[in-house]
Design a protein around this ligand. Structure first.
Ligand SMILES: *[C@@H]1O[C@H](CO)[C@@H](O)[C@H](O)[C@H]1NC(C)=O
Ligand SMILES: *[C@@H]1O[C@H](CO)[C@@H](O)[C@H](O)[C@H]1NC(C)=O
Length: 185
């Protein structure tokens, strides 16, 4: 019994250590009860996003109009794209971005993006940030809202700034530089 108890404690400690943040309901409850006293901090993240059409992102739906629409209106894709430290595709991976994007503007090529940044390295390992917003893809600078997060990013709010690093339109290969600024506790 004693042994089982210490094993359980060890398992709990390990799960805290590997994700960097306690996740069982009592610990999360405690976190919320203490958050009013916690100081807010600002975290800046920088990485590159790689979208390789038909490999890391796939087309899942189109409308009748999509084929003839100058903005591919209705095109919907699902992605699971790598996030890396450097601009090269094979640079060290720090996470992935999973979600969907749909062409949702009839006049300008612009996407509705609903996606989760899933971090897999260091103190952010296992934590996520959710982005929901408009991405006018052909503009050089774009800004989307970060609407929330989990793990170390609980109650996060902020913005993601996107800049093209490389865009091969015919191949559908894009590398985008991300600067994310979030407030959280
Ligand atoms: C991230 O967390 C997962 C799950 O807890 C673990 O398997 C993995 O080894 C961790 N990765 C790093 C780089 O710490
Ligand atoms: C697109 O990216 C993939 C993965 O990096 C690469 O193998 C391929 O050569 C790229 N294609 C073009 C046209 O750049």
């Amino acid at each position: 019994m004693e042994k089982l108890h210490s094993l359980l404690i060890l398992l709990v400690l390990c799960s805290v250590a590997s994700s960097g943040v306690a996740r069982n309901p009592q610990q999360v409850e405690k976190w919320f009860s203490e958050v009013a006293m916690a100081e807010q901090k600002v975290t800046r993240l920088h990485f590159y996003f790689h979208d390789i059409f038909d490999t890391t992102s796939v087309n899942v739906a189109n409308a009748q109009i999509t084929k003839t629409s100058p903005t591919k209106f209705g095109m919907s894709n699902i992605m699971d794209d790598p996030l890396t430290v450097g601009p090269e595709f094979h640079s060290k991976q720090v996470g992935r971005v999973q979600g969907l994007f749909s062409s949702s503007d009839m006049d300008e090529f612009s996407l509705l993006c609903a996606m989760t940044l899933v971090f897999t390295e260091g103190k952010y390992n296992g934590s996520t940030l959710s982005i929901l917003g408009r991405n006018p893809t052909l503009q050089k600078h774009r800004e989307m809202p970060v609407v929330g997060g989990t793990g170390v990013f609980r109650l996060a709010r902020g913005v993601a700034l996107l800049d093209f690093y490389y865009f091969d339109v015919p191949a559908g290969n894009a590398t985008v530089e991300y600067n994310v600024i979030v407030q959280h506790y």
